[in-house]
Design a binder for this molecule. Structure first.
Ligand code: FAD
Length: 278
């Protein structure tokens, strides 16, 4: 049972609860990206179990007919156990999702997992004719080169600022610098991608930049934000005709995720407390 204070950021402990939340989002034309909470398993059984849960989840999404896809963390499905375990489980999930026409996102984790994650994405997005997406992080110095590779592939790419703290030698650490780089990378994507651009940011300046680039280059894009963050803006974007998705975490490992949201921004804690009191 999730306490009320965390319910703004986590949709419940079970798949059916999370699907109820997505049904509410769909009422406002916002799509749902379901993420089962869990990461960094050092043993194979929990990684296989979470992969099994995703396979059951895509069956439930298909039955529900909701506007909903999934997003998977590599270390949740076995990357810390071995590259081959991750690839095998991801293939299992993507195949099950693709059979139902459901889209699979692959989250990006620490910098030393970028190569294996992009390789797995490339293989599966080619096999499914683009029914897979991958996240790339603007704070990594390698990302311009990665985007050149990704521009030639089917599927979608979510650009984020980056939630991890890689070493200075390979990453930008200054937040203002990362924001400038994000804008440049977005422009590169609008210039070189035919479609499949996902803006994974709550930053009003990044959303405004994307709208401007869309007007300039004509390339379509979608916006993705987290559950519990700028939800009014999510609905406004959808109402204005922009394809908008909410990343919806669920599952019994909700505590560390909620704690991270509160720690990264004190307004999140205040917002959660206000929602409980009102
Ligand atoms: P920030 O740079 O944190 O903030 C910029 C501005 O945005 C703020 O000044 C404010 O105006 C506004 N803002 C931000 N947060 C709030 C808030 N809570 N309330 C009101 N206004 C706010 N990172 C990864 O490394 N790998 C991933 O796979 C990954 N997937 C993601 C998926 C999605 C859908 C999203 C939205 C983010 C994901 N991230 C991922 C996290 C990302 O890297 C950033 O750490 C995170 O999004 C914060 O950067 P930002 O651009 O949203 O805004």
């Amino acid at each position: 049972m999730i306490p009320p204070i965390a319910r703004n950021f986590v949709a419940g402990t079970t798949g059916p609860r999370a699907l109820d939340h997505v049904a509410d989002l769909n009422e406002d034309d916002v799509g749902g990206i379901l993420n089962l909470l869990g990461e960094h398993y050092s043993k194979r059984p929990p990684a296989d179990e979470d992969a099994d849960e995703y396979v059951s989840l895509v069956d439930a999404i298909a039955e529900s007919d909701l506007d909903c896809c999934i997003s998977v963390k590599p270390s949740q499905i076995g990357l810390d156990v071995g590259d081959e375990v991750f690839v095998e489980n991801l293939e299992r999930i993507v195949t099950a999702a693709d059979e139902h026409g459901i889209f699979t996102w692959v989250d990006m984790e620490d910098h030393d997992t970028t190569d294996v994650t992009l390789d797995a994405f490339e293989k599966l997005t080619l096999e499914t004719d683009g029914n897979v997406g991958v996240c790339v992080q603007a704070n990594l110095k390698r990302t311009p080169e990665d985007l050149e590779r990704l521009a030639d592939l089917p599927g979608k790419v979510r650009l984020v600022k980056g939630a991890y703290a890689p070493p200075k030698s390979i990453a930008y650490r200054d937040r203002a610098r990362v924001t400038e780089i994000y804008k440049d990378l977005l422009e590169e994507m609008f210039q070189t991608f035919d479609d499949g651009i996902a803006v994974g940011s709550h930053d009003p300046a990044m959303i405004a930049h994307a709208k401007q680039l869309h007007d300039e280059y004509g390339t379509d894009f979608e916006v993705q934000m987290l559950m519990g963050v700028r939800e009014d803006a999510q609905r406004d974007l959808a109402r204005d005709g922009y394809r908008t998705w909410q990343y919806v975490p669920y599952g019994d490992k909700w505590f560390s995720y909620f704690y991270r949201r509160v720690r990264e921004r004190k307004e999140n804690a205040l917002f959660a407390i206000r929602a409980v009191l009102s």
